[in-house]
Design a protein around this ligand. Structure first.
Ligand code: NI
Length: 191
């Protein structure tokens, strides 16, 4: 089932999400819905808070970019990937800039500096503990999604000048005064 994506301005996007406590049929069905929602919105990552669930959980699907990424020498594990209760255990000193966007902040894209590589420990959807050394696009998306479960959005990293440039657009997004190609929920539509 495709779920509506909560837009910028939603409180749930600003909360520190809580740990997933145990596996359940509801959790597995939420994971399926999140993967379907991410793909339906042509996204490569989606975190629990973006569908209104205050949970430390996100999904990633780099398959749409696989050919290009592999041509650039990146190694992409089997997709989609599910990260439950993830923890970033180390980051490289090297920082790289790359353009980011976010399904909760439609049509805004900016270069953001982040560590080039990270090591992340998490539970997969079978609740097996995994440790992943991620570089390239995988490191990028994992860090962006990890931020979501900490209540952080990529626009938070922009300079105050750049934030002024997008202030009006952000207001429109939080008011739901935008066109979107996928189902969204603005703060006032959240009962
Ligand atoms: Ni995002």
């Amino acid at each position: 089932m495709i779920l509506p994506i909560y837009l910028y301005g939603s409180e749930v996007l600003r909360e520190e999400a809580r740990e997933v406590e145990s596996d359940s049929a509801e959790l597995q069905s939420l994971i399926d819905d999140m993967i379907e929602t991410m793909r339906g919105a042509a996204g490569i990552g989606l975190a629990g808070p973006q569908v209104g669930r205050e949970l430390r959980l996100f999904v990633v699907d780099l398959d749409p970019l696989r050919e290009d990424l592999e041509a650039d020498g990146e190694e992409i594990p089997e997709q989609p990937m599910v990260f439950i209760n993830p923890e970033i255990v180390s980051e490289s000193d090297e920082v790289v800039a790359f353009e980011e966007g976010c399904l909760s902040i439609p049509d805004i894209r900016y270069d953001i500096d982040r560590p080039a590589e990270v090591v992340i420990r998490y539970l997969d959807r079978d609740f097996n503990e995994q440790t992943l050394a991620a570089a390239g696009m995988l490191a990028r998306v994992v860090q962006h999604e990890y931020d979501h479960i900490e209540g952080v959005l990529f626009v938070d990293y922009l300079s105050s000048l750049k934030r002024k440039l997008i202030a009006r657009r952000l207001r429109d997004i939080s008011a739901g005064a935008i066109e979107s190609e996928y189902p969204v929920l603005a703060p006032l539509q959240q009962a």
